[in-house]
Design a protein around this ligand. Structure first.
Ligand SMILES: Cc1cc2nc3c(=O)[nH]c(=O)nc-3n(C[C@H](O)[C@H](O)[C@H](O)COP(=O)(O)OP(=O)(O)OC[C@H]3O[C@@H](n4cnc5c(N)ncnc54)[C@H](O)[C@@H]3O)c2cc1C
Length: 277
């Protein structure tokens, strides 16, 4: 991220977070004073010629997200292997090292500003009928409203705030149509897309990877991320994505460590002694 984008992020933070400009300038100054390494140009990412990549690295991991970062970390445990972790986009802003500031970096260049295509059935309450990933079920909503009527929650005065719904948006609807209207206009996503490269047997026309996450028909390529889930898990997806990477790193080690050990080994790692299978 260039200086202009950093300035733009700073401005967004000043406008969107309830902390004053002075605190921000202080934070900025502290970063320059205490962590000059993270703002120093020479320590930021540099362009590397592609031939260098082929000569030097044993594994290339594309994408430094939840699974990619774990894959790279686990494979690097074998000290004879050089692992390259490639992440898309320009260099990140040093502001991303401050967890508190992350909301201000959302919907900036940092998160690529992804939106769904306009749709006439969902995201109706959003600008241009576009939002992130639509979800929600009528039965779930009805159940929540029923739950709100239980003595335990009534003690806490749990109330559905109908006033928050703009006049006339769903007012004409009755019964299930009312709930459906609410969901179409006001449902939120928690950003859990999965299954774009589902795991399955070669005979399955929708399957992309096998049970060891190797892409069918392409040697030396694995997909290791939330995309391989054949169906979505019932909970959040970050933990399962990390687990997928942990398991696959072990499978890769089980496959390639014996080959490495047959060759002359230049260094001795403790990790050689583990049993990966
Ligand atoms: C706003 C938001 C909030 C979330 N909150 C939660 C939560 O609270 N709890 C939870 O469990 N899950 C949460 N999730 C879901 C969780 O982040 C994902 O399930 C998880 O990150 C999936 O991991 P992944 O490795 O499959 O993909 P990602 O973590 O998305 O990693 C993919 C990486 O690949 C990079 N990339 C893409 N294309 C290329 C390319 N061509 N070259 C190089 N790099 C590339 C991307 O930049 C990215 O870094 C949230 C998701 C979002 C978007």
């Amino acid at each position: 991220m260039g200086p202009m984008e950093v300035q733009a992020s700073l401005l967004r933070i000043m406008l969107t977070r309830p902390i004053n400009v002075l605190t921000l300038l202080l934070l900025d100054a502290l970063i320059w004073l205490q962590r000059s390494d993270i703002v120093d140009f020479h320590n930021r990412i540099q362009d590397i010629p592609p031939q260098f990549i082929y000569d030097v690295y044993d594994f290339v991991v594309v994408g430094g997200g939840s699974s990619g970062a774990v894959m790279a970390a686990r494979l690097s445990e074998v000290c004879d292997w050089n692992v390259l972790l490639l992440e898309a986009g320009p260099d990140e802003s040093y502001l991303s090292d401050i967890p508190y500031l992350f909301p201000a970096l959302q919907r900036s260049q940092m998160d690529w500003k992804y939106r769904t295509v306009p749709n006439s059935h969902y995201c109706q309450g959003m600008e241009n009928h576009q939002c992130a990933w639509p979800r929600g079920k009528i039965e779930g909503l009805k159940y929540c409203l029923k739950l709100a009527q239980t003595p335990a929650l009534q003690q806490l005065n749990i109330t559905f705030i109908y006033d928050a719904i703009p006049e006339a948006t769903c007012a004409q609807e009755k019964g299930d149509s009312f709930y459906e209207c609410l969901i179409r206009h006001f449902s939120q996503t928690i950003y859990h897309p999965v299954g774009t490269t589902a795991m399955g047997p070669k005979t399955d026309p929708m399957a992309v990877v096998d049970a060891r996450l190797r892409v069918h028909g392409i040697e030396g390529l694995r997909v290791v991320d939330a995309g391989i889930m054949p169906t979505i898990v019932t909970g959040n997806t970050n933990g399962p994505s990390i687990m997928i990477a942990e398991k696959t790193a072990d499978m890769v080690k089980a496959e390639f460590l014996p080959i490495l050990l047959e060759r002359t080994i230049t260094k001795e790692c403790n990790t050689y002694n583990y049993l990966y299978n």
